[in-house]
Ligand binder design. Structure first.
Ligand code: ZN
Length: 416
């Protein structure tokens, strides 16, 4: 969904099941090493008449019959998927992760060289707090000033499940009950599967999971699926088969305890990365964050107009009221849509720095006005300005922008 540098090849939050009505069933895709199961994408928004068919009887999904000495359940397979646990490695019990995934995918994960490293712990774990907000439910807030590039927290996901319903018999269900009621039955059946994954969690993790927001209470999703759909992150490091497929068909949704509390803004001040070896997410500051400020991640693309952002946020049930959305104009839309192309003019600007530096300074100011200092373009722009001042023989100005570049390059990590 996002193309920003911090999201491109790493973890990202993504609208699960983004298809609008009518629901769709995607064809199974055969991979050389692994058969990817049928992926089913349900609707979002308000679905009228959510009554299940009278003759529908929910399936019984078996629970694992045995708990191991470390307090976690043994693996067990249901409907072609395996329930499994990544147990805490001596850290807090909250480091346990419950997973529902294809057996070869589990194998790929656990055979990652170096797996499983401890979750990296930031030097100061008290620089944020989860508190209520006036209009966004709970949110994460800085409890002290945080510098750009600083890691704020790191955590293992509470739960990892397929990013789309994978019952294996969705087509038969739809054929039997028709599209509308069939959709509802598929969701009900998938909820039964997810219930087992949640039942396997530690009590602490289950309580944390069930306390997360659910913006899918009117589309037929059960309470667990609703939480998954509202809070799921994806990572391109976990998928079934040899290649990632379109529409997240073979990807996974990861639900976090703290990260799921980070609200959306089109002016993000944090980004995150998923590390397979420690099986953990780490959230870092994209720009300087003042004490008391709320942490925000962008659930949508930041390089599109306000109306496109609005439509991308709809599956989350999020109506963004950030400054950029409230004050959106054709001018700000243009800035968003063009900033990535504008930095491509650097070589041209360098041919006559004195005549062109105002273009680079204007780009920097536009990015600040839109709250996009965390974008790669911002660091590129600072570097270009510093180089232009150097060419113009203005060392003081050059140093000012060089210093600012180095600060933001903690995040952008340009090699210059
Ligand atoms: Zn916004």
């Amino acid at each position: 969904m996002k193309r920003g540098f911090l999201n491109s090849t790493k973890a990202r939050k993504q609208a699960l099941y983004p298809a609008s009505a009518p629901s769709q069933v995607t064809a199974p895709v055969a991979c050389p090493n692994q058969q990817v199961q049928l992926a089913y994408k349900p609707r979002y928004g308000k679905v009228e008449n959510r009554e299940l068919p009278k003759d529908y009887t929910p399936s019984s999904v078996p629970m694992s019959d045995c708990m191991q000495s470390n307090g976690v359940y043994k693996d067990h397979a249901v409907k072609g998927l395996t329930f499994t646990t990544i147990a805490s490695d001596g850290g807090p019990a909250g480091d346990n992760t419950e997973l529902l995934l294809e057996a070869p995918t589990k194998q790929k994960i656990v055979s990652t060289p170096g797996f499983l490293k401890p979750v990296p712990r930031p030097s100061d774990s008290a620089c944020y707090a989860v508190r209520s907000t006036p209009d966004m439910g709970l949110g994460c807030f800085a409890t002290r000033a945080i510098e750009a590039g600083e890691i704020i927290f790191a955590e293992r996901p509470l739960l990892v499940v397929p990013a789309a319903c994978r019952l294996g018999n969705s087509s038969q269900i739809i054929a039997r009950y028709g599209i509308h009621q069939g959709n509802l039955v598929v969701l009900a059946e998938w909820e039964k599967v997810l219930e087992v994954a949640v039942a396997r969690m530690t009590e602490e993790n289950r309580t944390a999971f069930m306390a997360l927001a659910n913006n899918h209470k009117e589309d037929g999703s059960g309470p667990i699926l609703g939480i998954v759909r509202t809070n799921g992150y994806t990572t391109d490091k976990i998928f079934d088969g040899p290649v990632r497929l379109a529409n997240s068909a073979n990807m996974y949704s990861l639900i976090l305890k703290i990260g799921s509390r980070v609200n959306h803004s089109c002016r993000p001040n944090v980004a995150y990365d998923f590390d397979l070896v420690s099986f953990s997410f780490s959230f870092k500051a994209l720009k300087d964050i003042a004490a008391g400020e709320q942490l925000f991640y962008s659930y949508c693309d930041v390089n599109v107009s306000a109306s496109v952002r609005r439509s991308q946020l709809a599956p989350y049930g999020v109506v963004c009221k950030c400054l950029s959305c409230i004050n959106a104009t054709p001018v700000s839309d243009k800035i968003r849509m063009e900033f990535e192309n504008r930095i491509g003019n650097t070589a041209k600007w360098m041919m006559d720095p004195g005549a062109n530096i105002h273009h680079a300074l204007k780009l920097r100011q536009d990015l600040i006005d839109e709250g996009l200092e965390g974008q790669r373009t911002y660091a590129c722009c600072l570097y270009a300005i510093s180089m232009m001042y150097m060419a113009m023989g203005e060392p003081i100005q050059q140093q000012i922008f060089q210093n600012e570049f180095e600060k933001y390059n903690h995040v952008a990590k340009l090699r210059v």
